[in-house]
Ligand binder design. Structure first.
Ligand SMILES: *[C@@H]1O[C@H](CO)[C@@H](O)[C@H](O)[C@H]1NC(C)=O
Ligand SMILES: *[C@@H]1O[C@H](CO)[C@@H](O)[C@H](O)[C@H]1NC(C)=O
Ligand SMILES: *[C@@H]1O[C@H](CO)[C@@H](O)[C@H](O)[C@H]1NC(C)=O
Length: 396
């Protein structure tokens, strides 16, 4: 009862104070205390609503000891983590490689790294693509299941030692590294393209050659997918070196410059993290596919400005199924190839609730460019039609 009375009085007095009545009565001591507490509360609420990071907001005038002028010192949002020994060592090696301009060779070559179970179904098409450009390319083939039979001289004797590769398994990443290492033995190889047995070219050789060698970036696909097929695959065992905010997704089919192929060879820290903690059937039933996460995460952490963030190999995920669209012979037309070759923005389909599509315009040296040089996935039956289109076009 007493408290109720005091509150009523306090409210009345506050009203009088605010309205400014001339007959303001003397307030008693307990009421003053309540008024004081209330004022403090109002300030605290104000400080909460307007945190002192934006100097223009009122609260910073009251709470910032340094004032709100231009002299105010910004406090970093998160205190930087101390690097682990292995992280520091890794940074030193990688930065050293990135800071040294790679040796230029007289005629740089593009290395084609084919990751395939056996014989290449599009060998004839690739042969046409390569013909007349001897000395400007080299071919390496990792046939993981059976020994391929070749006809084209560009492919004969180009197999490297291979190991079995499991879909979505870490052995996929190991095969990619094996291909890179073999191709790095030739100092003339300045750019490295990873392709599968279902990939085809959608441009002529010269266009591809200039496109890859006249840009100083690697075409490593890289984006954030906040959904279950992206960040949902991350596990905290990757800490402290790989945080969830660093985790990236991207197509496995990369192309990279020599410097980047060398930092992939030099990396054991992130490689080991992904080898142990990004696997199918992990604890909690999670499935992580290292071939879609290791290189995108690695490059976005160590050299984000050095990658284009899209892959030069087109694929159609617009059906949003477990596997991308596969093109059959009846789908193949001049228009289809022309359409793929002229796309100049690259879509990224995410698995978040909104199933949003992130569109990245393909910009190189400040110019919008066509995104794709290659495309997948094509059934072997499409080859004859593709050869016909290829032999009768100036575009590709
Ligand atoms: C690539 O070249 C452009 C201009 O030639 C330059 O601005 C950019 O910093 C270079 N990027 C890298 C990763 O070297
Ligand atoms: C790729 O994305 C990163 C940010 O994730 C950005 O820093 C970089 O500039 C992008 N690369 C290009 C070539 O725009
Ligand atoms: C060759 O190209 C021309 C026009 O580009 C087209 O009219 C013709 O049908 C093509 N021939 C074949 C065999 O594809």
């Amino acid at each position: 009862m007493k408290e109720e009375l005091a509150w009523t009085k306090f409210l009345r007095n506050l009203l009088i104070m605010v309205v400014g009545s001339r007959n303001r009565p003397q307030l008693r001591r307990p009421t003053w205390i309540i008024v004081l507490i209330s004022i403090v509360c109002v300030f605290l609420v104000a400080a909460y609503i307007y945190p002192p990071q934006t100097p223009k907001h009122s609260a910073c005038y009251f709470f910032s000891s340094q004032g709100c002028g231009t002299t105010r010192v910004e406090v970093p949002k998160a205190v930087a983590r101390e690097l682990t020994d292995r992280e520091l060592e890794s940074r030193v090696v990688i930065n050293e490689i990135l800071n040294v301009d790679p040796a230029k060779t007289r005629i740089p070559k593009v290395a084609f790294l084919f990751l395939t179970p056996g014989s290449l179904p599009f060998e004839k098409l690739w042969h046409m693509f390569f013909k007349g450009h001897e000395g400007k390319f080299s071919v390496y083939l990792h046939a993981s299941r059976e020994k391929p039979v070749h006809v084209s001289p560009y492919f004969v004797g180009r197999e490297i030692h291979s190991e079995p590769v499991g879909w979505g398994k870490f052995s996929m990443v190991e095969a990619e590294r094996r291909l890179l290492a073999n191709a790095l033995l030739d100092p003339d190889n300045q750019h490295f393209v990873l392709l599968s047995d279902s990939c085809i070219p959608v441009r002529k050789f010269d266009f591809m050659y200039n496109y890859l060698l006249l840009t100083n970036v690697s075409f490593v696909d890289c984006y954030v997918d906040a959904g279950p097929h992206g960040n949902g695959r991350y596990i905290e065992r990757m800490l402290p070196e790989v945080e969830m905010k660093d985790f990236r997704k991207g197509s496995q089919w990369f192309s990279m410059k020599r410097q980047h192929a060398i930092i992939v060879m030099a990396d054991s820290l992130y490689f080991t993290k992904f080898k142990h903690h990004c696997r199918p059937n992990m604890e909690g039933g999670k499935n992580c596919y290292a071939d879609e996460h290791y290189l995108p995460t690695f490059f976005s952490m160590r050299d984000p400005g050095g990658i284009a963030n899209w892959s030069v190999t087109y694929v159609d995920w617009s059906e949003r199924k477990w596997h991308p669209r596969s093109f059959k012979a009846r789908d193949i037309s001049h228009q289809l190839i022309r359409k793929i070759a002229s796309i100049d923005q690259s879509p990224h389909y995410t698995s978040d609730i909104k199933r949003s599509v992130v569109i990245t315009p393909c910009i190189l040296n400040n110019l919008k460019r066509p995104c794709y040089l290659f495309a997948r996935k094509f059934f072997p039956e499409t080859q004859d039609k593709l050869i016909q289109i290829f032999s009768n076009s100036t575009l590709f």
